[in-house]
Write a protein that binds this ligand. Structure first.
Ligand code: F6R
Length: 620
């Protein structure tokens, strides 16, 4: 949720840290702060509520030259404990202003730690859980076994913490080192030439190096100018996994667009092509990491897809394909509900955990619950080496590239494609599809990047429509079969970007309640199935539209090119290329993303950073 960056090297730390924070701001944007060690025993800290721009303006007012130093760290916050005001912004310090800490996650036993500190006479200056760690680390460094040893002091405090956390710590007396620790919250190390970085994600340092190391669970790293050293929380040397980032700086820049989201919508053909690339070899579907035997896949008798938000909608789409191709029952469940419901799981259950970030806490906890119950877990993830794939039995990466707009677009389409590959891999292992059928399905999937490219040509028409309906008080979305999750996704995009009341319904449910919402001029978006592929459903939806039109609503119809039967019922018709039934969500979602973005833009909102949201939700 929060963005963290730390640096020790030969450049001015403030410049590097602010550059990193600019790329991490999508992780949280309630407040921002920096700390720089000046090398002469002083710690300079500045922090400000609001966007990073507020902090930068304050630094200008302070005089950036007063923050000279080659070691430092920064933070961009999504508030959990305490409102987003200056005093709750990170870094937090101890009373003597020698230790500074930035933190992502939640320290669950913070109330207990706070009471303990207050009983010792410590006055806490903020409402945060984080500040307790600064006081505890300062105390551990001051006396006892860990005195004068910053890494040992951090490890000792980490052993006392409960919950999920990434901590980055500096001490004015140790100006050439930064210490970082992680438990269930992301942290990567960047390895440069005479400089090292720690960050919530590689975007923070991609400008300087593509060589990265993934810090493991319950590990601590000490970075200095010349190297890094990893231990576990007990101080024993530990292994962390090196990797090379497979995208470059241009992927993390707007590339001439006003917003990342608009660029990411246009990148969808590439995101799909990259996700499919390399997964069909010698007539067989392959995953990226498979720590499961084919026999395990043959033994599966039930599939759960667990995920949150848009990723959950991708799972709803997958259900239609996996049940159809594999003849296996598939349940799709919100990760936040899954483990509290006592689902029936055993060795023969496959849990597919879908997550763009790979660090969503609800999904991670669902994975852990599934594994405790001996179920097999397959992760579909967009982030190399994130916690969810690390804890899974098999992994399929969606190679969508970095998604920086907070609302998911290209990652969502890539998730649908990856989920389909999972379905085909299962069908192949279980023999419910012949090899030539698997090859045909894959070939159809391989055509979707071109179909999405063609759909992008509707952009201008959809934008004009968005501007026309931008003042509506609500919008409804209807679909059937795979069009139903598309309707849910369209409504979610509109809610999060345009702060508008939007609901998605299965069109068959209309008469069971939602039709009461229909009123004069209310925009209703209808996702039509193919008249050829799903003729029965098509005619049922035509009836639904005429019922809506009869009650004065404004019908906006997304339909396959050449679908003349629906034309008379469409006040606005957006034509998408014909695809097979199961692949239609990949094209039908695109106009809904563009519509939501344009409505939000017309209403004057920042579509990359919608209010109250953050890109990855690392708290439950
Ligand atoms: C919606 C959106 C969120 C995410 C959800 C899961 O546009 O972005 O609903 O889909 O928070 O995130 P991941 O996929 O990172 O687990």
């Amino acid at each position: 949720m929060c963005g963290i960056v730390g640096y020790v090297g030969h450049r001015q730390a403030l410049d590097v840290v602010l550059g990193g924070l600019r790329r991490l701001e999508y992780r949280g944007y309630d407040s921002a702060g920096v700390a720089v060690l000046d090398g002469a025993g002083a710690l300079r800290v500045q922090r400000k509520a609001g966007r990073l721009a507020n902090l930068e303006a304050q630094l200008d007012a302070d005089g950036r030259q007063t923050f000279a130093g080659t070691a430092g760290m920064g933070h961009t916050r999504w508030a959990t404990h305490g409102p987003p005001v200056d005093r709750n912004s990170h870094p937090h310090r101890d009373a003597s202003n020698t230790v500074a800490v930035v933190h992502n996650g939640i320290i669950e036993n913070f109330a207990e730690l706070r009471t303990e500190l207050e009983a010792e006479g410590v006055e806490l200056a903020s409402d945060t859980d984080t500040e307790t760690t600064a006081h505890l680390i300062a105390a551990a460094y001051a006396t006892g076994e860990t005195a004068g040893d910053l890494p040992a002091s951090v490890r000792a405090v980490c052993r006392r913490l409960e919950g999920a956390f990434t901590l980055v710590v500096t001490h004015a007396g140790v100006p050439d080192q930064i210490v970082a620790a992680r438990r269930s919250s992301p942290l990567v190390i960047g390895v440069g030439d005479g400089e090292h970085f720690v960050a919530s994600d590689v975007a923070a340092f991609i400008e300087h190096t593509r060589e990265a190391v993934e810090l493991g669970q319950d590990q601590v790293v000490v970075i200095s100018r010349d190297g890094y050293e990893v231990t576990d929380f007990a101080g024993e040397p530990a292994q962390a996994k090196p990797f090379t980032v497979d995208w470059d700086l241009s992927a993390a820049e707007k590339g001439g667009h006003d917003y990342f989201m608009l660029k990411e919508i246009e990148e969808q053909p590439d995101a799909l092509a990259n996700t499919l690339r390399g997964h069909f070899h010698n007539g067989r579907i392959t995953l990226d990491e498979q720590r499961l035997a084919d026999q395990d896949l043959r033994d599966i008798d039930k599939v759960f897809v667990v995920a949150c938000g848009s990723a959950y909608h991708s799972g709803l789409v997958a259900k239609y394909a996996i049940e159809h191709w594999c003849r296996l029952p598939v349940e799709v469940e919100l990760a936040s509900e899954f483990r509290y419901r006592d689902p029936v799981l055993d060795r023969d259950t496959l849990v597919v955990a879908v997550s763009q970030s790979g660090e969503t806490m609800d999904t991670l906890e669902a994975v852990r619950h599934a594994r405790e119950q001996k179920a097999r877990v397959l992760a579909v993830c967009n982030t190399n080496g994130a916690q969810i794939p690390r804890e899974s039995d098999a992994v399929l990466y969606t190679h969508a590239g970095p998604e920086i707009g907070v609302a998911s677009t290209k990652a969502f389409l890539a998730q649908i494609a990856a989920n389909y590959l999972v379905g085909l891999a299962l069908a192949q292992a279980r023999g419910t599809k012949y090899p030539d059928e698997v090859a045909r399905e894959f070939a159809e999937l391989a055509n979707t990047p071109a179909a999405v490219q063609k759909t992008l040509a509707t952009s201008e028409q959809v934008r004009a429509l968005g501007r026309e309906i931008a003042d509506s008080k609500a919008v409804l979305f209807l679909g059937r079969h795979v069009g139903f999750p598309v309707a849910l996704e369209g409504a979610l995009k509109l809610k999060e970007l345009a702060y508008m009341h939007a609901e998605g319904f299965a069109a068959g449910e209309l008469k069971h309640g939602p039709i009461a919402l229909i009123e004069q001029d209310l925009p209703v978006v209808i996702v039509m199935p193919s008249p050829k592929g799903r003729a029965v459903l098509h005619s049922k939806l035509v009836s639904n539209i005429s019922e809506i039109q009869a009650r004065g609503a404004r019908t906006i119809v997304i339909a396959e090119e050449g679908d003349d039967a629906v034309r008379p019922y469409a006040d606005s018709l957006i034509e998408i290329p014909a695809t097979s039934t199961l692949l239609q969500p990949l094209v039908a979602t695109v106009p809904l993303q563009i519509l939501a973005a344009e409505i939000a833009r017309s209403r004057g909102y920042d579509i990359d950073k919608p209010r109250n949201l953050a890109k990855s939700v690392t708290v439950e």
